[in-house]
Design a protein. Structure first.
Length: 265
């Protein structure tokens, strides 16, 4: 079991060092042999024992650092800043971290992995902003409008969600909850697929939550497309024989597919 060394730092001493730097002066320390007061070399680093170290930069930034060995290699972990973390709190945190190290943990590596995970954990709203700037802005104007409407719907429903937590069930609920037409729902699903493909391309997620979703399974077959009724040339009325110029002729509205007959009086 590791033998605890004597704690050597004092709260008042820390305050004096920080105040000296803030006043543009050089902190002073005792010479380890003569015990005389001498100017400290900057940046300042003073151990409190068992790897806990107080550091002070020339700009006045004070921090707590835990130095230890893991796997035979020296390791270093920044616990936090002083005075946000007091001397007593730094000692308590250092004891907890040393206990983790004794159990086989590497706190410096754990902190690094946590930062990497946090950096990748985007909200859907942030992903949409990135997609609009890097992809959507380069598409045709009509595509920007149609996809832009779908992206707005996605943001209103799941914008605050973490992209790593979005599931296929969330996408299905999104499509069913919007209550749009079949064609609009198809556009919404396409926009969602492209959005999360963008996230996969940035290595923010490992799988697209839209993969495998079938719109037909959600909404049935696409309704038949409604076509306008158009008359052929043979079916279009021409000038009727036997009519004089005073008799109103039927007026064809070809674009609407019907004929309007004026009143005959």
């Amino acid at each position: 079991m590791r033998r605890r060394t004597k704690e050597v730092l004092e709260p008042l001493q820390l305050k004096r060092w920080v105040r000296a730097v803030e006043d543009g002066e050089i902190p002073t320390v005792k010479h380890p042999k003569t015990r005389k007061i001498i100017p400290a070399s900057m940046p300042l680093a003073r151990s409190d024992g068992d790897g806990l170290t107080f550091t002070l930069s020339q700009s006045g930034t004070a921090s707590w650092i835990l130095r230890y060995r893991y796997g035979g290699r020296p390791r270093e972990l920044t616990i936090g800043n002083y005075p946000d973390i007091s001397l007593s709190d730094a000692r308590r945190l250092a004891r907890e971290l040393r206990a983790d190290i004794d159990r086989g943990s590497d706190p410096a590596d754990d902190k690094r992995q946590s930062k990497e995970s946090a950096a990748k954990d985007w909200a859907v709203r942030r992903l949409i902003e990135d997609y609009r700037a890097k992809v959507l802005s380069g598409l045709a104007t009509s595509t920007q409008r149609s996809y832009g409407r779908s992206l707005t719907r996605i943001e209103s429903k799941i914008g605050a969600s973490s992209i790593s937590k979005v599931t296929p069930q969330d996408i299905v609920a999104l499509i069913e909850g919007v209550g749009a037409t079949w064609s609009e729902s198809k556009m919404l699903l396409c926009a969602a697929k492209l959005l999360f493909r963008h996230a996969a391309g940035k290595k923010l997620i490992t799988a697209n939550p839209c993969a495998g979703i079938d719109l037909t399974a959600l909404m049935g077959k696409r309704p038949p497309v409604r076509r306008r009724l158009m008359l052929s040339e043979e079916e279009r009325p021409g000038d009727s024989e036997g009519h004089n110029g005073n008799v109103p002729q039927p007026q064809a509205c070809w674009s609407r597919g019907y004929i309007r007959y004026p009143y005959l009086f």
